[in-house]
Design a protein around this ligand. Structure first.
Ligand code: NAI
Length: 257
C-alpha cells in the first residue's frame, strides 16, 4: 500500500477527480477527508469508500470561505489524528465565463474565490497541520489552460488556473526545508461533469477533441493516478513541478487526423 497510515484531505471530492482520488487513496491505505459543498455527492463518495473497506469522513465546506477551510482541516486532525496530504482540487468553470468584454465582474470574483483563493485558504489552514504531522504533500489542480490559450473564452477560469500554477511553485520553495512538497497537476480536457456540462453537444465535444492527440477525453481516474504518485513517498524529490496529464494536448502543434 502506497499511502499506509496517511491522512488525506481532498476538496471537491463529491464528484469527478476528487471522488476517484478518494477511492484510490483509500485503497492505498489512506484515511480520507472528503470535502465538498455538494452534500449528497460528498456522502456518496464516503459511502463508496466505506463499501470498499476504506476510512472516510465527509465535511461540508466551501473552499472560498476561511472559517470553513479552518473547520475542514480541524476535522481531519480530530477524526484521524493528523494531515499528510492536502489535495486542493475543488474548482468551477462557470457557463457565463467569457472574454474580457462579456464576463461579469461577479463571475470573475466567484471563479477567483473558489479556484484561486480556495487553494490559498486550503494552504493557509492545511500547512500548519502538515507541519504538526512532520510534513507532507500539497497537490493543487491547475489545468492545461494555465499553459496554453483556449479558443473558447473562459478568461476568469484561465486566469485562476495560471494563479494556481504560479502559487504552487512559490509554496514549494517556501516550504522546501520543512518536508512539505507542493506540486501542480495540469489535466487536459476530461470526461467529467465540469467540462461535459459546458461541451453539451456533439459538435462542441468534437471541436475540442480535434486538439487532443490521443483523440479522446481523459478520465478522472487518470488524474487520480497522477495525484497518487505526488501524494506518496515515491515522489519524495518532486516539488514545485508541473505534472501535465493531458493526452498530449500541450505538446501538439498539429494533431494527427
Ligand atoms: P467536477 O465538477 O466533477 O468536480 C468538482 C467538485 O468541486 C464538485 O463536486 C463540486 O461540488 C466541488 N466544488 C465546487 N465548488 C466548490 C466549493 N466552493 N467548495 C468545495 N467544493 C466545491 O469537476 P472535475 O473535472 O473533477 O474538476 C476537478 C478539478 O479539476 C477542478 O479544479 C477543475 O478546474 C480541474 N480541471 C478539470 C478539467 C476538466 O476537463 N474536467 C481540466 C483541467 C482541470
Amino acid at each position: 500500500m502506497r499511502l499506509r497510515e496517511k491522512v488525506a484531505l481532498i476538496t471537491g471530492a463529491g464528484s469527478g477527480i476528487g471522488r476517484e482520488s478518494a477511492l484510490l487513496f483509500a485503497q492505498e491505505g489512506a484515511a480520507v477527508v472528503v470535502v465538498d459543498v455538494n452534500v449528497p455527492g460528498g456522502e456518496e463518495t464516503v459511502a463508496q469508500v466505506q463499501a470498499q473497506g476504506g476510512r472516510a469522513l465527509f465535511v461540508k465546506a466551501d473552499v472560498s470561505k476561511d472559517a470553513e477551510c479552518r473547520a475542514m482541516v480541524a476535522a481531519a486532525e480530530d477524526e484521524f489524528g493528523g494531515l499528510h496530504i492536502l489535495f486542493n482540487n475543488a474548482g468551477i468553470m462557470h457557463a457565463s465565463d467569457d472574454d474580457a468584454v462579456h464576463t461579469e465582474e461577479s463571475i470573475w470574483d466567484l471563479t477567483m474565490n473558489i479556484n484561486l483563493k480556495g487553494v490559498f485558504l486550503g494552504c493557509k489552514h492545511g500547512i500548519p497541520a502538515l507541519r504538526r504531522s512532520g510534513g507532507g504533500s500539497i497537490i493543487n489542480v491547475a489545468s492545461f489552460v494555465a499553459l496554453l490559450g483556449a479558443a473558447t473564452p473562459q478568461l476568469a477560469y484561465t486566469a485562476s488556473k495560471g494563479g494556481v500554477l504560479s502559487m504552487t511553485r512559490e509554496l514549494a520553495i517556501i516550504h522546501a526545508r520543512e518536508n512539505i512538497r507542493a506540486n501542480a497537476i495540469c489535466p487536459g480536457p476530461l470526461r467529467t461533469e465540469l467540462l461535459m456540462k459546458v461541451l453539451n453537444t456533439d459538435e462542441k465535444k468534437q471541436r475540442r477533441l480535434v486538439h487532443i492527440p490521443m483523440g479522446r477525453f481523459g478520465e478522472a481516474i487518470e488524474i487520480a493516478r497522477a495525484a497518487l504518485f505526488l501524494a506518496s513517498d515515491e515522489s519524495s524529490f518532486v516539488t514545485g513541478s508541473t505534472f501535465t496529464v493531458d493526452g498530449g494536448i500541450t505538446a501538439a502543434y498539429v494533431t494527427p487526423e
